[in-house]
Design a protein around this ligand. Structure first.
Ligand SMILES: [Zn+2]
Length: 159
């Protein structure tokens, strides 16, 4: 049974240049699912993820993959800045320092990744989180939860 996926188009995106989709940056949103969505629907917030995953695994699509969402800010991945141009932003509702990811959140993330993994020829090497691309500025995910997620990804995709 797939998880529900709902569209909440955010005004906070750039349609050009086309998103390169070289990999994924994972986040937690700190706020709960509904509050995060409401925040990202406000033009003045100037922030968005491509997808937000609720505690029960429900996904909210805020920005389509083809467009640039505004999730990473000042960031560097493999010595390349402006990660928003080439990493999709996937966020888990909640705070991974306050509570671990739910099993449903991890399963839903794997479900979201599956069709894209082959399409974009991703590997675990292009999976990262906000803490790693914006060190000393951002702390999401909790390293223990990142490790749990990363292990689940490597098992699921045998990578
Ligand atoms: Zn973040």
């Amino acid at each position: 049974m797939p998880f529900a996926e709902l569209a909440f188009p955010s005004p906070n995106f750039a349609a050009a240049p086309a998103h390169e989709r070289l990999g994924v940056c994972f986040h937690h949103s700190v706020m709960d699912f509904k509050t995060t969505i409401a925040h990202m629907l406000l033009p003045e917030s100037q922030v968005s993820y491509h997808v937000l995953i609720a505690l029960d695994g429900t996904r909210a699509t805020l920005v389509i993959d083809e467009h640039i969402a505004w999730h990473a800010g000042l960031s560097v991945f493999r010595e390349r800045p402006r990660c928003n141009d080439f990493l999709l932003g996937v966020a888990f509702a909640g705070d991974t320092y306050a509570a671990p990811l739910t099993d449903e959140q991890i399963a839903s993330a794997l479900e979201w990744l599956a069709p894209r993994w082959q399409r974009h020829r991703w590997s675990s090497a292009v999976m990262t989180d906000h803490r790693q691309i914006s060190p000393n500025r951002k702390d999401d995910l909790n390293p223990a939860e990142w490790q749990r997620l990363f292990s689940a990804i490597t098992v699921r995709f045998r990578d």
